[in-house]
Write a protein that binds this ligand. Structure first.
Ligand code: 3PY
Ligand code: MG
Length: 257
């Protein structure tokens, strides 16, 4: 079965650089896949892609060895299983609030006896190989988002769920939950403390720790803080930033009109 390079990078003590896909286009996914990220996450929660747009995006990513992930829109077993059947090698699940949520999430990603994933890997067999079913439980990466007060309160319970590979910090929802409002790259002392507790607890227990960041500068600091899965911005945001910079760089050099 095709290996999951995110696991190999983690096992060798490395850090995964993840790109985020909001644009529901196979061409945009292909461009991002050729940019050198280790993994790409298709966002079905707060991005336009739906289950139907995922297949061509996964096919485009498969032209490289970038590992395909999806952020699902909710802890919904039907959607999770369909995305895994389509060939996603990792699932990031939002709004995991406690141990029971995490158990339901991980169970949806694992075939029996480890979980209750239903059998039917229509494209995962093509991407992963004909022995997909026998290796999927050890290959697919499960990441629970920590972004609520409830999740912070039951962090140890979530981290103790067998089969959970990593947690992933959502700074906007966590900011909302702690009363600071949405936003990336948090500097509020209470947020910094919470983020530090999440990464510290996860890594201490041998789990991975991921975070969504809005800049390479902050992402670099998060690597120093112990995160081993770091997302920087998104395809749409990177395009918008580069386009604005190009226009700004030339706007003062046009003759007055
Ligand atoms: C958050 O910041 O809440 C996220 O879910 C990141 O996408
Ligand atoms: Mg969120």
């Amino acid at each position: 079965m095709r290996e999951n390079r995110v696991r190999s990078i983690w096992e060798s003590g490395g850090v995964v650089l993840n790109g985020w896909l909001h644009v529901p286009s196979s061409y945009a996914a292909e461009v991002m896949a050729h940019a050198g990220w280790d993994s790409l996450t298709i966002d079905l929660q707060h991005g336009p892609p739906d289950v139907g747009s995922v297949i061509p995006m996964l096919q485009a990513i498969s032209t490289t060895d970038v590992v395909p992930f999806a952020r699902v829109n909710w802890n919904d077993p039907g959607t999770i299983m369909k995305l895994l059947d389509a060939g996603c090698y990792g699932v990031i699940c939002p709004m995991i609030e406690g141990r029971e949520d995490a158990e339901a999430f991980v169970g949806a990603c694992r075939y029996p006896p480890d979980g209750y994933r239903s059998y039917g890997p229509f494209r995962a067999n093509l991407y992963g190989g004909p022995d997909y079913a026998s290796g999927a439980n050890e290959t697919v990466v499960t990441m629970a988002m920590i972004e609520t007060q409830e999740a912070l309160a039951d962090l140890d319970g979530i981290l103790a769920v067998p089969g959970l590979d990593a947690v992933f910090v959502g700074p906007s929802d966590l900011g909302q939950a702690l009363g600071y409002g949405p936003g990336m790259d948090r500097e509020e002392p209470e947020m910094v403390e919470a983020i530090g507790r999440i990464v510290g607890s996860a890594r201490e227990k041998g789990l991975g720790a991921g975070i969504f960041t809005g800049s390479t500068e902050y992402a670099g600091r998060m690597i120093e803080a112990g995160f081993n899965f770091v997302n920087v911005s998104s395809d749409a945001r990177l395009m918008a930033d580069a386009a604005s910079d190009a226009v700004a760089a030339l706007s003062g050099r046009r003759p007055p009109s």
